[in-house]
Ligand binder design. Structure first.
Ligand code: PLP
Length: 432
């Protein structure tokens, strides 16, 4: 009823073409999607099929327009079709799409990453965040000669076998405890602990310290919804790993170049041993990277004995987009100031009884009145209420991540008007 009267609702909202495409997709692609959370299973309804994007807006195949707070799940820090990134891609297209041989641009992208993150002294490019974390834990194991990896419940590090233990987002949303298809022996190499508890880490290291190769952590969690580290938590992880001879891996696939130019490690002034990157560093094309201390990265093949490779790694198109992104961000530091201010304004839309977590331009409205500090507290959220809110926002032309356990992202393309419209829509949607 409310929806029909609202000036913010297009009436009627038509999804005919998207529905037809989704029926066809489900015959050809498992669940109709190429990554599970896109299927809207946790919020109900079917996903709109996207026809195009421009700046902060996307348009579906039925002609509906949305203000986009997914941003391809993080990469689009500058919005859709940013002119600098398009120009970089144009130049790359004129030269060739892939050589499988070294190119100058790869060296430039490596330099741009190392320049932004002083802890990264050498870096290897891969094609996704998953590849980056998979390689980083292999390197940690090879370097330390140890097998165990500590991860945290609700943190997601891609679909790496041994890291799909108590993983967040997609897995939590679908209610799959773990996943089928991972040998128990792989899970036995993973210790999953609650996030934000130094006591839990202390205990694990007292019991197994000499066998632990690394801690891998999202320094700001995005994959159980946005959950910031408590004061002193990251320092605690740094101290414990250093004392035990284990490595500290910051999975900055989401936070890198997002929460600050130099990532969470700059924002919280912590120097990890290894860092994994993805999302923003590809400027919307598939890129991942892992890097860190020179003595560790020098052990990667062909410089050293730890094998890792990729036919399309350092792909010229992906590298061109990533390089254009990092160069633009480097020369426009004010972007981070604007993102911070606009995201703060947007988050004021949340009414009492909703817990807002935000770090820079990533944020989540949790439908619970309790603080959300780890996976247990995130799960207290009323996901049915989130689903109603999500659908009411979609009807009002606001495209949010279709899960309570995902962070929303603001881009530099979002205007003050976008924020005003979104706040107005949210005020209505919260009553839905
Ligand atoms: C998205 C994400 C990954 C996985 O990256 P893909 O490119 O999807 O494989 C890993 N770690 C974190 C923290 C992420 O947010």
């Amino acid at each position: 009823m409310l929806a029909a009267r609202s000036p913010l609702v297009r009436n009627p909202v038509n999804h005919t073409k998207s529905e037809q495409l989704f029926q066809r997709a489900q015959q050809l692609i498992p669940g109709g999607v190429n990554s599970p959370v896109r299927a809207f299973r946790s919020v109900g309804g079917n996903p709109p099929f996207i026809a195009r994007g421009e700046g902060s807006h996307i348009y579906d195949v039925d002609g509906n327009e949305y203000i986009d707070y997914v941003g391809s799940w993080g990469p689009l820090l500058l919005g859709h079709r940013h002119p600098s990134i398009l120009a970089g891609l144009d130049k790359a297209l004129a030269i060739g799409t892939s050589f499988g041989a070294p190119t100058e641009q790869e060296v430039e992208l490596a330099a741009a990453i190392c320049d932004a993150m002083p802890s990264v002294e050498m870096v290897r490019l891969v094609n996704s965040g998953t590849e980056a974390t998979m390689a980083a834990i292999r390197v940690a194991r090879g370097f330390t000669g140890r097998d165990l990896i500590v991860k945290f419940e609700g943190c997601y590090h891609g679909h790496v076998d041994s890291l799909l233990v108590k993983a967040g987002s997609g897995v939590a949303t679908l209610g799959i405890a773990d996943t089928q298809g991972v040998p128990a022996a792989f899970c036995d190499t993973t210790i999953a602990l609650p996030y934000n508890s130094i006591d839990a880490v202390d205990q694990a290291f007292r019991a197994h310290g000499s066998r632990i190769a690394a801690i891998i952590v999202e320094p700001v969690v995005g994959n159980m919804g946005c959950v910031p580290p408590r004061a002193g938590y990251l320092e605690g992880l740094r101290g414990i790993t250093a004392r035990a001879g284990a490595l500290l891996i910051f999975d900055e696939v989401m936070t890198g170049f997002r929460v600050a130019f130099g990532g969470a490690q700059q924002r919280f002034a912590i120097r990890p041993d290894l860092t994994t990157l993805g999302k923003v560093i590809g400027g919307g094309l598939p890129v991942g990277a892992y890097g860190g201390r020179r003595d560790i990265m020098s052990r990667v093949a062909p410089a050293g004995p730890i094998y890792q490779a990729g036919t399309l790694s350092g792909n010229p198109l992906a590298v061109a987009a990533g390089l254009a992104m990092l160069r633009f961000l480097k020369t426009h530091p004010e972007i981070y100031v604007h993102l911070e201010a606009r995201a703060a304004e947007l988050c004021q839309a949340a009414p009492a009884g909703v817990t807002v977590n935000r770090v820079g331009s990533m944020f989540t409205f949790f439908f619970t009145d309790r603080p959300v500090i780890d996976y247990e507290s995130a799960k207290l959220s009323d996901t049915a209420r989130f689903g109603r809110y999500f659908r009411a926002m979609l009807d009002r032309g606001i495209y949010l991540p279709p899960s309570q356990f995902e962070a929303a992202f603001l881009s530099a393309a979002h205007s003050d008007e976008d924020i005003r419209k979104t706040v107005a829509a949210a005020r209505e949607a919260f009553r839905a």
